[in-house]
Design a protein around this ligand. Sequence first.
Ligand SMILES: *[C@@H]1O[C@H](CO)[C@@H](O)[C@H](O)[C@H]1NC(C)=O
Ligand SMILES: *[C@@H]1O[C@H](CO)[C@@H](O)[C@H](O)[C@H]1NC(C)=O
Ligand SMILES: *[C@@H]1O[C@H](CO)[C@@H](O)[C@H](O)[C@H]1NC(C)=O
Ligand SMILES: *[C@@H]1O[C@H](CO)[C@@H](O)[C@H](O)[C@H]1NC(C)=O
Ligand SMILES: *[C@@H]1O[C@H](CO)[C@@H](O)[C@H](O)[C@H]1NC(C)=O
Ligand SMILES: *[C@@H]1O[C@H](CO)[C@@H](O)[C@H](O)[C@H]1NC(C)=O
Ligand SMILES: *[C@@H]1O[C@H](CO)[C@@H](O)[C@H](O)[C@H]1NC(C)=O
Ligand SMILES: *[C@@H]1O[C@H](CO)[C@@H](O)[C@H](O)[C@H]1NC(C)=O
Ligand SMILES: *[C@@H]1O[C@H](CO)[C@@H](O)[C@H](O)[C@H]1NC(C)=O
Ligand SMILES: *[C@@H]1O[C@H](CO)[C@@H](O)[C@H](O)[C@H]1NC(C)=O
Ligand SMILES: *[C@@H]1O[C@H](CO)[C@@H](O)[C@H](O)[C@H]1NC(C)=O
Ligand SMILES: *[C@@H]1O[C@H](CO)[C@@H](O)[C@H](O)[C@H]1NC(C)=O
Length: 577
Amino acid sequence: MRLFSVLWSFFVSALVVFANNTPSTTSGSFVTAQGNQFQVNGSQFRWIGTTAYWLPALNTEQDIIDTLSNMSAAGITVVKTWAFNDVETIPENGTWFQLVANGTTTVNTGPNGLQKLDMVMKHAERFGIYVVLSLTNNWNPRPLFDDLKTSIDNLTNSVESRSFQRRDITPGTNNSLPRNFLSNDYGGMDIYVRQFGLQNHDEFYQNETLITAFENYTRQVITRYVNSTAVFSWEIANDPRCNSTVPASSGCKTTTVTMWHKRLADHIRSIDPNHLISTGSQGFLCPDCEKLFTPTTPPPQPSPAPGQRRKNVPAPLTKKRIIQERVAQWKKTRRAAAPPEGGIQIRGRWVSTPTRRQADTGVGSAFDGSQGVDSEDIANIPNIGFSTFQLFPDQFSYGPPDPSLPEFNQTVEIGNDWIRSHAEAGARVGKPVALTGFGLVTNDNKPFFVPFNSSVASFPNATSTSQGFGAAPQNTSQAIGVTNDQQVDAYSQWVNTGLVSGLQGIMQYQWGQRGLTSQEGTTISPNDDTTTTSPNEDTTTTSPNDGYSAQAVSSGPSAQGVLQSASQQISNSLSLT
Ligand SMILES: *[C@@H]1O[C@H](CO)[C@@H](O)[C@H](O)[C@H]1NC(C)=O
Ligand SMILES: *[C@@H]1O[C@H](CO)[C@@H](O)[C@H](O)[C@H]1NC(C)=O
Ligand SMILES: *[C@@H]1O[C@H](CO)[C@@H](O)[C@H](O)[C@H]1NC(C)=O
Ligand SMILES: *[C@@H]1O[C@H](CO)[C@@H](O)[C@H](O)[C@H]1NC(C)=O
Ligand SMILES: *[C@@H]1O[C@H](CO)[C@@H](O)[C@H](O)[C@H]1NC(C)=O
Ligand SMILES: *[C@@H]1O[C@H](CO)[C@@H](O)[C@H](O)[C@H]1NC(C)=O
Ligand SMILES: *[C@@H]1O[C@H](CO)[C@@H](O)[C@H](O)[C@H]1NC(C)=O
Ligand SMILES: *[C@@H]1O[C@H](CO)[C@@H](O)[C@H](O)[C@H]1NC(C)=O
Ligand SMILES: *[C@@H]1O[C@H](CO)[C@@H](O)[C@H](O)[C@H]1NC(C)=O
Ligand SMILES: *[C@@H]1O[C@H](CO)[C@@H](O)[C@H](O)[C@H]1NC(C)=O
Ligand SMILES: *[C@@H]1O[C@H](CO)[C@@H](O)[C@H](O)[C@H]1NC(C)=O
Ligand SMILES: *[C@@H]1O[C@H](CO)[C@@H](O)[C@H](O)[C@H]1NC(C)=O
C-alpha cells in the first residue's frame, strides 16, 4: 500500500500542476532517427503514445477531432492506427479501404474509404500528434457461424473447420460484435490468403501474387501521405509472425518473416524518402537463429541524458546470458523489495528461492524463434528506422518469471525485464527503441477481453496457459485480471523502466473514448439487442474495448494519468538539455 500511496500522490500532484499546460506542437517536420534518438528539427523527440486502431472508423469528423483533442490534452504526441480496412464484401455502412475478393483487390478512395484516414491525418497534424500507420495485421480470425462453444474449441483444430467462415452477427449470441470493433476485424494477411485461394498464413510472406497485391495497396496509401508531416512511421504490419488462425507451413522460419520485411521496407523506401519505416512485431528475440543482417556500425551516440552514463554497446545476446541476467535481476529486486507483510501479497504466495535447475529450464518462446520472429535481425534491416517491441503478458510469454514473487509481481517484473532486454538489444542495433504497445487486462475489463487470435468475448475463467489459441504463452499461469490500482502500478513501473533504460517512445494499448456518435451497422453501433451481453456498458457512445481500453477517470489514479505524468516527465527532462 505504501508504494501505491506514493504513486498516487505523485499522479495527483502531476495532474494538479500540469492540468493547464498546453501541449506543445510537434508536427510541421518529418521525424528522423539519429543514432539512438528520434529527432524533429534537429532536436530530440521522445514521446508517449497510444493506440486507437478504430480512429478512421468513427462516424463523424467531430468524433475524430474530440478523440485527438482528448489525447493531446493527456500529453500524447504519437498515436497508432490501422491504415488498412479490408473487406470480402462491400458493407452497407461503415468504413472500408479495400475490397479483397476472389483474387482481386479494389481500393476505396471515397468518403467512407481513404478519405476517412485523410481526416484523421489532417486533425492529428492540427493537434501536434504524429501517426504510426500500420499497413496490415497478422490476425483475422473468423468465428464459426453457429456454435459458440464448439467454435472456440475448434480454433485449435484444422484449418478447414474454421478459416472460411463469416463473422457471426446474429442478434442474441455473444458473438455479435460489430465489424471493426476488434482490432483483428479489419482484414489483414489472412483475408488475402483466403481470397486468393491459398492455405497457409506464411504464403502471405512468400507468394509473389500476394506480395504484389499487398505492395499495390501499400503504394496507394503511402503515395497519398508521402509528403504529410503527420506520419510518424510506416508500420509494415501489426504483430507479424509465422502463425495465425490460418496455420503456417512447416517451412516458415524467422528468416521468412525477416526477408519479407526487407522486401517491404525497400518497397516503401522506393516510394517514400521522407518517413521512418518500422515493424509492429511483438519483439521476440532469438539469439540462436540464423541472421541475415548485421548491425551497421552504430554511429557516435548523442550525449546521454543527464544522470545517465554513456553505455558501451552490449555484448551479443545468448540464452545463457538471458538466464544469468534475469537471475541477477531477481536478486536485486528481492533485495529492494519490502519483506512481505500481512495483506501485502496480492495473489499467489511466497515460495522458496529457485534452485539452479529451476532457473535453467529454458528461455521460452520469446527467445527461441518458435513464433517466426527475430526482431533484432529485422531491426538490422537497413531501411528499418528503429527497433520496436510490445508487451502483453496476458497473451504472450516473455521468458522465465522469478518463481519466488507473488503472481502480480512476476507480471510486473517480466515486463521490466522485457523492456530492459529490448533497450539493450536496441543499443546493439544502434537505432532508437520504442515500445509500440503494452497492456494488462483488469478485472473490470475481463468480461470484454478478446485475445488477438480470437473473436469472441469473453473468457471469465481463462488463465493465459489454458487458452491455446496459438497466441498463448508458455511458462505463465497468471490468472487474467488485475485490479485497477494494480494496472496503474504496473503501467507506471513499466513506463518508468522504459524511461530509465532509454526507450525513445512508449505506447499504451489502447485508448478509450466516450461521447462518440453511433450509427446502425458501424463500429459504434447502437446496442438495441438487450439479450446480448454487450462488451460495453454503453455501446452507443464508447469506443471499442477488447479488454485493454483505458478511459479517462474523473479522479484518482488511472492509466491515462500514468501517460500524462510520463509525458510531463519527458518534457521536463528535455527542456533541461
Ligand atoms: C519544426 O519546424 C517547423 C518549420 O519551421 C515548425 O513548423 C515546427 O513547429 C517545428 N517542430 C518542432 C517540434 O519544433
Ligand atoms: C474530451 O473531449 C470532449 C469534447 O471535446 C470534452 O468535453 C471532454 O471534457 C474531454 N475529456 C477529457 C478527459 O479531456
Ligand atoms: C466471388 O466469387 C463468387 C463465386 O464466383 C461470387 O459468388 C461472389 O459474388 C464473388 N465476390 C465478389 C465480391 O465479387
Ligand atoms: C492495384 O490496385 C488497383 C486499384 O485498387 C487495382 O485496380 C489493380 O487491379 C491492382 N493491381 C494488382 C496487380 O493487384
Ligand atoms: C468442431 O470440431 C469437431 C471435431 O473436429 C467436429 O466434429 C465439429 O463438427 C466441429 N464443429 C463445427 C461447428 O464445425
Ligand atoms: C453470453 O455470455 C454471458 C456471460 O458469459 C452468458 O451468461 C450468456 O449465457 C451468454 N449468452 C449466450 C446467448 O451465449
Ligand atoms: C501464388 O498464389 C497464386 C494466386 O492464388 C496462385 O495462383 C499461385 O499458384 C501461387 N504460387 C505458388 C508458388 O504457390
Ligand atoms: C511530394 O513532394 C515532392 C517534393 O516536393 C514532389 O516532387 C512530389 O510530387 C510530392 N508528392 C505528392 C504525392 O504530392
Ligand atoms: C509486489 O508488488 C507490490 C506492488 O507493487 C509491492 O508493494 C510489493 O513490495 C511487491 N513484493 C515483492 C516481494 O516484490
Ligand atoms: C468459472 O468459475 C466459476 C467460479 O469459480 C465456476 O463456478 C464456473 O463453473 C467456472 N466456469 C467454467 C466454464 O469453468
Ligand atoms: C506454428 O505453426 C506450426 C505449424 O502449423 C506449429 O507446428 C507450431 O507449433 C506453431 N507455433 C506456435 C507457437 O503456435
Ligand atoms: C445502415 O444504416 C442505415 C441508416 O442508419 C440503417 O437504416 C441500416 O439498417 C443500416 N444497415 C445495416 C446493415 O446495419
